[in-house]
Write a protein that binds this ligand. Structure first.
Ligand code: DQA
Length: 145
């Protein structure tokens, strides 16, 4: 059974009430349920933290998984510490954003973690997490010779 780690960073624990017009009305628990229901045969572990050092520790822990999905929240835009932790990780990594960061404030267009991941998804809401898990599970089947 594939084991996939899903990490959510700073402020994502407030989903559901935080700017629903931008992030939707689902809580992080709702998203977790949606993703787990979509992949009954996959061992999915969800964690959220508001502490950057704890997130670094979680990223290191991801070495024991088959893939990592990460929504780093605002850290995305300035945390070289997360970049470096992700860069050292040797498992498939996907960056996810609920909102389309490219049509918001200019500073959200910059992701300092993107160079350290395999793929990035933005603007699909909770579907982005499902797309990220699908990519990790099936990416080898989709490789052209
Ligand atoms: C976010 C986008 C970030 O810019 C923001 O700081 C977040 C959430 C998203 O999921 O759309 O906290 O990562």
């Amino acid at each position: 059974m594939s084991k996939i780690f899903v990490l959510n960073g700073v402020n994502l624990g407030t989903l559901g009430t935080r700017r629903p017009e931008v992030y939707g009305t689902m809580t992080l628990d709702d998203i977790e349920r949606l993703v787990k229901d979509a992949f009954p045969g996959v061992d999915l572990e969800f964690r959220q933290t508001d502490f950057e050092g704890e997130m670094v520790a979680f990223i290191r822990e991801a070495a024991g998984y088959d893939g990592l999905v990460i929504n780093a929240g605002a850290w995305t835009h300035y945390s070289y510490a997360l970049h470096d932790a992700l860069e050292s990780l040797d498992v498939p990594r996907v960056e996810v954003h609920l909102s389309n960061v490219h049509r918001r404030e200019d500073w959200r267009r910059v992701s300092v973690i993107s160079p350290a991941v395999d793929a990035a998804i933005a603007g699909m809401g909770a579907h982005g997490y499902i797309a990220a898990v699908r990519y990790i599970l099936y990416r080898d089947a989709d490789r052209r010779p």
